[in-house]
Design a protein around this ligand. Structure first.
Ligand SMILES: *[C@@H]1O[C@H](CO)[C@@H](O)[C@H](O)[C@H]1NC(C)=O
Ligand SMILES: *[C@@H]1O[C@H](CO)[C@@H](O)[C@H](O)[C@H]1NC(C)=O
Ligand SMILES: *[C@@H]1O[C@H](CO)[C@@H](O)[C@H](O)[C@H]1NC(C)=O
Ligand SMILES: *[C@@H]1O[C@H](CO)[C@@H](O)[C@H](O)[C@H]1NC(C)=O
Ligand SMILES: *[C@@H]1O[C@H](CO)[C@@H](O)[C@H](O)[C@H]1NC(C)=O
Ligand SMILES: *[C@@H]1O[C@H](CO)[C@@H](O)[C@H](O)[C@H]1NC(C)=O
Ligand SMILES: [Zn+2]
Length: 931
């Protein structure tokens, strides 16, 4: 599944909600509110929205009983013939009692007594009155004697139920009682006679329901074509919503085959996972499409749609036809061509030797996620798949590319091999996210995604979150149904990808590939847990004579939250030895102490540390050191007094590295004189580490400031990008402090030489974006953004004149790649009319990508240029604001939500930083050398 990037910025959906709520606010009322109030207000709105959203999510997703005794435990699976199946369930059995055993419908998990094999699903869909009725016929096997059939239904009206046994030809089995148990969204059928192990049975259920107007289950939405409203209905079953469309065993482990047929008005067409096998028409204007039988798969990957779309298609080298379906006008204008083109190319690249593909794509106007990897019918929200080359910025293209590659990767990681249970959702999401970067590198090698962009966009981003005491392990136990939605978060996606990348680098690409292939081959059409993956990796290593237990290593990283900071310091002795120590990195150690669960845990990891020694002209080849103790001593190559140490080569590891101050000084010296001795990835890594170490109090505040003075020498995009991210964060922390201008002036002094050198992109760009020189344009954009944000007058004048030109000529000559910067600067600096103008353009624009940029610009404001780029909490930094926030959370009754814990911890850490370090920070700036 692809989660909207913006919504993930501050954990789940926080800032996104915030952005939504700001946009609808009329700008005029804003002026009367002080900055401070506005921030608190904005935060309040975001929290309120969050509460409402959460409340809705809770009522909509599987509801659960709050009673602790109820939520744990499930019927034991004694006779289970499938060990994985049992293993997944055992994890959830914390206690049993006999009464619970007799009422398995009260548990979170289905009883493991029956196993479905095949579903025949016939649906009749009315787009006139938005209802559907259906009949499902399920063949299942009995695993353990039982009189009960428990399967999921939600919001379905069940009409008829028939159960019959395969062995005895005649007659249905007598039903004693049948009922719906809403708290667990299950339907229970109690039979008179027991079903016996190893026998197969069949059940026929007829049902009907509404096609709801919300983004779950089988839902409807609409769009406007030639001035007329058109409707479509589509499904979203992940994680637990297939049960809203048909009665089923709605857990990932219950894989089965499916044969779907859809009947609907003939003015519509229908799509599902598989191609249409046969189609029949009624005389009354209805058609029925019979789709082929699917491979063995989980219920949440089933999908269908009833719509009036058109398509374009492409054929891969191996002859597979890929179709992209969308609104007729989008298809006609060619907006889908780019996605189709990259899909075709990337499919052949990541076939993993398993050339099994079911490749259709569907673009819908509304969808709860960026995209969903239904097998053979991936569904995308339009903004993540449609692209108009003339007006799309580079970042829009990149994001779209990543989402498309992500969903394609899921065809193997997810669809073909499915995690056993939701606690390991990172197994599919981490892989899909990691391979986004590998796949994009294949498509556009110049983007350097895996070696470079991954660092800032994944690693640095998630280390911010995972450095909080309110973080959580990547493998999260799922005790209650509401936990299922929670596991799809940044930790699962980004930390998952970062750990996989670390492992791939430790193992080396060839062995990593081999292990993965084995894993996929062994578990295809089935389910797998993390240990299955680790075992395949260990085996691949052992075959090469490398005896390393991957399970042991990786359990530390997946079952513990957070990550270590490794401190390397040179020993004074002459034996070229260094002391290496590790500790749990947290921004605010008080927050850890306040959390009793964490206080006594001694966090320790097995860290694959790569280490190199260098001097002004040379860097050694690195060696790998496994660090597993709290403190260790190691010998390294020859070191003189001017030799520096560099850890975590190319930032392949998921940890931070700290050094003694002398070593930091040498590294900074090196960057000043000849940065290229240190790789681009490490330069970005040093910047991110140094800012975050200082933020958490591991280093004096002047060290990061000194480091960025090398930036005028920096010609590559990535280190600039890392620096600007760190500087914006610092800017938010320092927001409204008295001496703020000391800081912004210092930043401008570092940025301006580069800004004047690179200038602005030409106002009429030549050639299409596909040929754009990525490095140059991105660097130029990054430097411009810094200059405009920190108040460079030239940058402001330039933006204002471009906007004025647009308003007076009504021709938009602003290069797509910098439109967001220009719009936002214009909205911040110019009068109300500009806001109104952008607002008007937002409504009249038809290009999806342009609409997005315009919308974002509307949330910009004078004081806080980059407000819409991240959460509001980072702006709150005084004791008073902290108390306001706490009070707000208290009165809104949301203390237990993870987002609140995180918000409070961030603000607390901000307050503490000001108490401890603000003075030191400004004291250095006051004396800082010019330039
Ligand atoms: C909706 O339309 C279908 C087909 O026309 C019909 O069978 C069904 O009874 C209608 N349902 C309602 C609730 O009107
Ligand atoms: C159950 O459904 C299947 C498929 O829809 C059908 O072939 C079969 O006749 C039905 N059985 C009964 C007893 O209705
Ligand atoms: C489907 O599209 C066709 C062609 O644009 C149009 O004639 C027809 O009315 C549409 N049907 C519906 C139900 O919108
Ligand atoms: C690896 O370590 C785990 C946990 O310590 C253990 O259960 C497993 O048997 C080991 N695997 C191998 C191949 O030694
Ligand atoms: C780590 O600690 C163990 C036990 O305390 C010790 O045997 C081992 O030598 C240490 N390893 C290193 C590299 O210092
Ligand atoms: C680190 O990255 C550079 C390119 O940025 C590459 O040349 C070098 O081989 C990489 N080092 C390792 C150990 O992968
Ligand atoms: Zn995904």
């Amino acid at each position: 599944m692809g989660i909207e990037d913006a919504s993930m910025r501050n954990g789940r959906a926080l800032s996104d909600q915030w952005a939504d709520s700001v946009v609808v606010r009329p700008r005029t009322t804003e002026q009367h509110i002080t900055v401070n109030k506005r921030l608190v207000l904005g935060f309040a709105i975001s929290i309120l929205t969050l509460i409402i959203v959460t409340a809705i999510a809770i009522t909509l997703s599987v509801s659960f009983e709050r009673c602790a005794a109820e939520s744990s435990g499930a019927l034991a699976a004694n006779g289970s013939s499938n060990s994985k199946w049992k293993q997944s369930r055992d994890a959830n059995i914390s206690h049993r009692d006999s009464e619970d055993g007799q009422q398995p419908w009260r548990h979170l998990r289905l009883p493991a007594t029956l196993r479905p094999r095949h579903y025949d699903l016939r649906l009749s869909v009315s787009m006139e009155n938005f209802t559907f009725s259906g009949e499902v016929h399920i063949e299942f096997e009995c695993v353990q004697s039982t009189k009960l059939i428990v399967l999921h239904t939600d919001r379905l009206e069940v009409d008829k139920v028939l159960v019959y046994s395969d062995s005895k030809k005649a007659g249905a089995m007598r039903i004693q009682r049948r009922f719906h148990y809403q708290p667990k969204q299950v339907f229970v059928i109690a039979l008179h006679r027991e079903m016996k192990p190893l026998r197969t049975y069949k059940i026929n259920i007829t049902f009907h329901a509404h096609i709801e107007h919300e983004l779950l289950g089988f839902f409807r939405s609409s769009y406007v074509l030639n001035g007329e409203r058109r409707f479509l209905a589509v499904t979203q079953f992940s994680p637990t919503h297939a049960r809203k469309a048909f009665p089923c065993f709605d857990e990932p482990i219950y894989k089965a085959t499916f044969r779907v047929s859809l009947k609907h008005e003939s003015s519509y067409q229908s799509l599902s996972n598989m191609p249409v096998e046969a189609s029949t028409s009624d005389e009354d204007g209805w058609v029925t499409n019979h789709f082929s039988r699917t491979p063995r798969m989980s219920t949440y990957y089933l999908a269908w749609a009833v719509c009036n779309f058109t398509y374009r298609e492409a054929v891969t080298d191996s002859g597979v036809v890929i179709r992209l379906y969308a609104r007729p006008d989008a298809i006609q204008s060619g907006s889908g061509d780019y996605a189709l083109h990259i899909t075709k190319r990337v499919f052949t690249f990541i076939a993993f030797k398993l050339n099994y593909i079911l490749p259709n794509l569907l673009a819908v106007p509304k969808h709860p996620y960026a995209a969903m990897e239904n097998w053979g019918l991936s569904v995308f929200v339009e903004q993540k798949i449609l692209l108009d080359p003339d007006v799309s910025s580079f970042s829009y293209q990149m994001e779209l590319t990543m989402v498309v590659v992500h969903e394609i990767c899921h065809q193997w990681f997810g669809d073909l091999v499915t995690p056993v249970w939701w606690e390991d959702v990172w197994l599919k999401e981490g892989f899909a996210h990691y391979f986004e970067y590998i796949g994009a590198d294949f498509l556009f090698p110049k983007w350097n995604m895996e070696k470079q962009r991954f660092l800032t966009d994944v690693l640095h981003e998630v280390m911010l979150l995972d450095g909080l005491a309110s973080s959580h392990p990547i493998s999260q136990e799922v005790f209650e149904a509401t936990d299922i939605d929670r596991v799809f978060d940044w930790i699962a996606y980004k930390k998952g990808a970062a750990l996989i990348r670390m492992l791939a680098n430790v193992m080396g690409q060839p062995l990593f590939q081999r292990g993965l292939n084995d894993y996929l081959m062994t578990h295809m059409y089935g389910n797998a847990a993390r240990d299955d993956l680790w075992n395949k990796f260990s085996e691949a290593m052992q075959r090469e004579g490398k005896d390393i237990n991957i399970t042991q290593v990786m359990d530390r990283w997946t079952l513990q939250m957070g990550y270590p900071v490794v401190t390397i310091s040179k020993n004074d002795s002459l034996d070229n030895s260094v002391t290496i120590s590790q500790e749990h990195f947290v921004y605010d150690t008080d927050a850890k102490i306040q959390n009793p669960e964490l206080f006594n845990k001694s966090f320790q990891w097995q860290i694959p540390l790569t280490l190199a020694v260098g001097n002004s002209s040379h860097i050694s080849t690195e060696t790998i050191i496994w660090v597993s103790n709290k403190t260790e001593t190691h010998r390294v190559g020859h070191m003189g007094s001017e030799t520096w140490l560099l850890g975590n080569i190319n930032q392949t590891g998921y940890f931070r590295v700290n050094y003694d101050l002398h070593n930091w000084r040498l590294l900074i010296q090196q960057l000043m004189t000849n940065p290229t001795i240190i790789s681009v990835g490490n330069r970005a890594g040093l910047i991110d580490d140094v800012f975050n170490l200082a933020r958490a109090g591991y280093l004096p505040q002047n060290v990061p400031l000194q480091m960025i003075s090398y930036l005028s020498q920096e010609t590559e995009f990535l280190p600039w990008h890392a620096a600007s991210r760190a500087l914006y964060q610092l800017d938010k922390l320092l927001d409204r402090t008295e001496d703020h201008s000391l800081f912004s002036d210092y930043v401008l002094r570092q940025v301006e030489p580069k800004y004047h050198k690179l200038g602005w992109p030409a106002t009429s760009p030549e050639g299409s974006f596909m040929q754009a020189a990525y490095q140059t344009e991105e660097l130029q954009r990054e430097v411009m953004m810094l200059a405009c944000s920190f108040g460079n007058k030239h940058c402001h004048r330039q933006a204002v004149s471009l906007i004025s030109d647009w308003i007076s000529s009504n021709k938009n000559r602003i290069p797509p790649n910098v439109r967001d910067i220009v719009y936002c600067t214009g909205v911040s600096l110019m009068d109300e009319d500009v806001w109104e103008f952008i607002w008007m353009k937002f409504h009249s624009s038809t290009a999806i990508s342009e609409k997005k940029v315009l919308l974002e610009a509307l949330t910009c404001s004078d004081n806080i240029f980059l407000l819409n780029r991240s959460g509001v909490t980072e702006f709150l930094n005084t004791e008073a604001e902290l108390n306001e926030l706490k009070e707000f959370i208290l009165t809104s009754g949301g203390e237990s939500a993870p987002a609140f814990a995180r918000a409070v911890e961030i603000v607390q850490a901000n307050v503490k930083w000001h108490v401890l370090f603000q003075q030191q920070f400004y004291r250095w700036l006051r004396k800082a050398p010019d330039g």
